[in-house]
Design a protein around this ligand. Structure first.
Ligand code: ZN
Length: 276
């Protein structure tokens, strides 16, 4: 089992949300529930107010530096349209796309529309103009999809999608590879609530059990999704969870890879079908 690490960029700045969506008031409610529920410290609570004042909601360079130091070839999913709390103007991702491309990291699309091919193709094209290279893959924001979405994505020319939360190895949908997500920060730390419901020790127990399950069930590529916003002392448990998970995987001898290399491996393994 090899590990694929991916990051969804849902937010860049506080200002992009003002008058556009309810993200900021929701965050204020959430931090009070977490403070009074004993899940975050007073320091963390205070730091979250600072996020509002400073305005910065992304931690792309910080997280990339950590990945680089740990030899993790992560893939980053950026949006080029708006919806469900993803409200940044697509031009604002340009310097980050340029930075990550220069660093050799994977840059792919965080999809918004899941049911209209014209809009879906327009989102893809917008990122291709920024990358000056083809977009290979996609993850839908909030993993949103209906029964037609995967086929539509394959028709849009994606080589891979990683939007299905299922415990299985990658499989083909038409010509496209589907890489199911096996572990997502929010599902580990918050579930069953929409705010932090577990402490770090409980999170790590769940994490180790999921990794063990992956090995037992012979999962070929185990996909982890971590949002860069949480790579900050403002979200202590989340940041520690990611760092400890990476440490655990490294000390357990797992190899990290990326979607493109994984597809090459899968294509090699795939049985050659000879038509008669
Ligand atoms: Zn998202």
């Amino acid at each position: 089992m090899k590990i694929i690490v991916s990051h969804d960029v849902d937010h860049l700045n506080v200002s992009e949300h003002l008058l556009r969506d309810a993200i900021i008031p929701k965050q204020i409610i959430r931090k009070h529930i977490e403070l009074f529920g004993g899940k975050i410290s007073l320091k963390e609570y205070a730091l979250r107010w600072r996020e509002l004042i400073e305005g910065k909601m992304q931690n792309i360079k910080e997280l990339h530096a950590f990945n680089k130091a740990n030899g993790i070839p992560a893939t980053w999913f950026f949006g080029t349209a708006n919806g469900t709390g993803l409200s940044y103007p697509h031009e604002h991702i340009n310097p980050f796309v340029e930075f990550l491309m220069k660093e050799g990291a994977g840059v792919e699309l965080h999809g918004i529309r899941h049911d209209d091919k014209t809009s879906m193709l327009a989102e893809k094209k917008r990122l291709e103009e920024k990358k000056k290279m083809p977009v290979n893959g996609i993850r839908m924001h909030y993993l949103k999809k209906n029964e037609h979405t995967l086929n539509l994505l394959a028709e849009c020319g994606y080589r891979f999608d990683s939007s299905v939360y299922e415990f299985r190895s990658p499989y083909k949908v038409g010509k496209m590879w589907e890489f199911p997500v096996h572990m997502m920060d929010g599902y580990v730390i918050e579930k069953p609530r929409p705010w932090q419901s577990k402490n770090l020790r409980q999170c790590m127990e769940i994490t180790k059990a999921r990794i063990e399950k992956g090995v037992k069930e012979n999962i070929s590529f185990f996909v982890i999704d971590f949002h860069d916003r949480y790579f900050s002392p403002k979200f202590q448990t989340w940041m520690e969870w990611y760092m400890q998970t990476v440490e655990y995987l490294k000390t357990s001898g797992f190899e990290f890879t990326d979607y493109i290399s994984a597809m090459e491996e899968l294509e090699k393994q795939a049985p050659i079908i000879v038509e008669k």
